[in-house]
Design a protein around this ligand. Structure first.
Ligand SMILES: N[C@@H](CCC(=O)N[C@@H](CS)C(=O)NCC(=O)O)C(=O)O
Length: 285
């Protein structure tokens, strides 16, 4: 989605020439776009935004993306948000190697929308099983800065902002509940059962060659694996597909978590094992 210049109140970015990505190392959506750029061999300039320090709620960034989310692509002064839209846009500008085959264009766009609809489910499982709450929780002043900001997205008040706010306000109150875990896990199980059927017939998710859909679902699968989702048991073809992509350097290098986070996750999951509250024990798939 391209923002209007009038949505962008941090005017200096409108003068940025070339390709710039504002992203966070550990953000799933940022990883997705970085893998895409890497597979295309596109040069880009990196602007790292630290979500763990809530830099996404600072006025500078809210003036770039009023939605307060990464990644953001700036190409010759045009500001693009939403990771899937960014990949689709880049595919038009950099068609080689093709990652969005013309014959499957509209099916892939539908499938990407369905993937994006599960993003909050992915976030819920991440915040319960991958990132300890003390690291994930938003500071009240940062959240209220976000709440009070009144930027527009394509000229209108952002309809997604209240959903974002509600997620983090609920998270501050009660973390991610068992009910949220069960619902999110079930939603993924349904979708992965369909992907499993696809992979029983074809090497990649579209039924054609490798595409952006494989990149998008690789990222979800990587994160859910870290959370403890039992791919090998429930969806063996998905597991094998994921392993083969994870072995590729373009994929592996973008999803490597920093050592401190791996340690924090390991400690949290050990405590969960002792308490009987691991992903498997709560989700009961
Ligand atoms: N639908 C959006 C979702 C973007 C999104 O939720 N980004 C997350 C990181 S993966 C983010 O910026 N979160 C802000 C935060 O954690 O405060 C996309 O695909 O770009």
């Amino acid at each position: 989605m391209r923002l209007l210049d009038s949505d962008v109140t941090t005017k200096d970015v409108l003068g940025w020439q070339g390709l710039h990505l504002i992203h966070f190392q550990g953000s799933a959506c940022s990883q997705k776009t970085r893998i895409f750029l890497s597979l295309k061999g596109i040069d880009w300039q990196s602007h790292h935004l630290d979500l763990s320090r809530q830099q996404n709620y600072k006025p500078w960034f809210l003036g770039v993306n009023p939605r307060g989310l990464v990644p953001v692509l700036i190409h010759d002064g045009a500001v693009h948000i939403e990771s899937n839209d960014i990949m689709i846009y880049l595919e038009e500008k950099f068609p080689q190697p093709p990652l969005l085959p013309a014959e499957q264009h509209s099916d892939i766009l539908d499938a990407l929308r369905a993937e994006d609809d599960l993003h909050l489910n992915l976030r819920a499982l991440t915040m319960r099983f991958v990132i300890p709450k003390f690291l994930a929780q938003k500071k009240p002043y940062a959240l209220s800065a976000y709440e009070q900001s009144n930027g527009s997205v394509q000229g209108n008040a952002d309809s997604l902002k209240n959903i974002e706010l509600a997620f983090w306000q609920d998270f501050a109150k009660h973390g991610v509940t068992d009910q949220q875990v069960k619902e999110s896990a079930q939603a993924f199980k349904q979708t992965y059962s369909l992907l499993e059927q696809q992979l029983e017939q074809y090497p990649y998710l579209t039924g054609g060659g490798f595409s952006v859909l494989d990149i998008a679902w690789f990222i979800y699968t990587e994160r859910l694996t870290a959370a403890g989702y039992p791919f090998q048991r429930l969806h063996p073809k998905v597991f094998a597909w994921y392993q083969s992509l994870a072995a590729r350097p373009e994929f592996r290098k973008e999803v490597k978590a920093p050592a401190f986070l791996r340690l924090a996750t390991a400690v949290m999951q050990t405590v969960q094992r002792i308490k009987g509250t691991t992903f498997e024990q709560v989700a009961r798939l």
